[in-house]
Design a protein around this ligand. Structure first.
Ligand SMILES: [Zn+2]
Ligand SMILES: [Zn+2]
Length: 247
């Protein structure tokens, strides 16, 4: 019996009608495979799988642990991880490894394949499919005498919510690596302003963020030169993140 207590739903979840409908079928499939595999008590695993299937997709392990806690379930992290690996072993859950080592878990749909677009600002994962891309991949594999078994394609960038729409002005320190922005203004006192202008940081110029300020300074490119900007300076430079239609 899968009895679950719903605690306050803090975060909006993404539900897919198809997935909701299939939950019981997937649980039954898991149970059958688990029994065939000589597994004994499947109840806890079924409870976890059901929780996973009903709470969206592209979840990090931390997010899954949070769901378990919100469900009022005191499941040891180690046990949870071993259950998840059973699901991945049986092809029920798919693990996606991202740049930088983050891992996301999603339900592995047997009928459809999709690729991912991941926002480097908010972490939002969008799915997309285009049969033309799939065909081109097969065609290219064939040309090279390669037998494709699987593939994953992930585009990293900035989602519509984070970068789309009207021009947004923000401090340079908040801009992601690889983004090109336009300098709109320089804050701070006269000395800071003079210093930045002497470095070539002038309103109206475009600037590419090569490295964001972390332990060290930010590195930006302006007029074909790389410039290092410390934390204080990079907070004083105001930039516009969407300037293509202002030209
Ligand atoms: Zn975003
Ligand atoms: Zn996905």
């Amino acid at each position: 019996m899968l009895e679950r207590r719903r605690r306050g739903e803090k975060t909006p979840r993404v539900f897919s009608d198809r997935m909701k409908k299939d939950t019981q079928k997937v649980l039954d499939e898991f149970k059958a495979i688990f029994e065939e595999d000589g597994g004994g008590d499947a109840d806890e695993r079924l409870r976890l799988l059901s929780l996973f299937l009903e709470n969206g997709t592209h979840l990090t392990m931390e997010k899954i642990e949070e769901l378990v806690r919100e469900d009022g379930w005191d499941l040891k992290s180690e046990t949870l991880r071993s259950y998840i690996s059973t699901f991945t072993n049986y092809g029920i859950i798919h693990r996606i490894r991202l740049d930088g080592g983050t891992e996301l878990y999603e339900y592995r749909d047997l009928d459809t394949h999709h690729d991912h677009m991941i926002c480097v600002k908010c972490g939002r994962v969008q799915e997309f499919t285009d049969p033309r891309i799939e065909i081109l991949q097969e065609k290219n594999a064939h040309i090279h005498g390669f037998i494709p078994l699987r593939h994953s394609m992930t585009l990293y960038g900035i989602c519509q919510k984070c970068g789309g729409g009207r021009a947004r002005v923000m401090p340079l320190s908040l801009i992601s690596e690889g983004e090109t922005v336009r300098i709109t203004d320089i804050g701070g006192g006269r000395r800071i302003r003079q210093r930045l202008v002497s470095m070539g940081i002038v309103p109206g110029k475009d600037l590419e963020v090569i490295r964001t300020p972390g332990p060290g300074p930010a590195v930006v490119a302006v007029d074909g030169s790389r410039i290092a900007l410390g934390h204080v300076l990079s907070r004083k430079v105001l930039v516009s993140t969407n300037h293509t239609d202002e030209k």
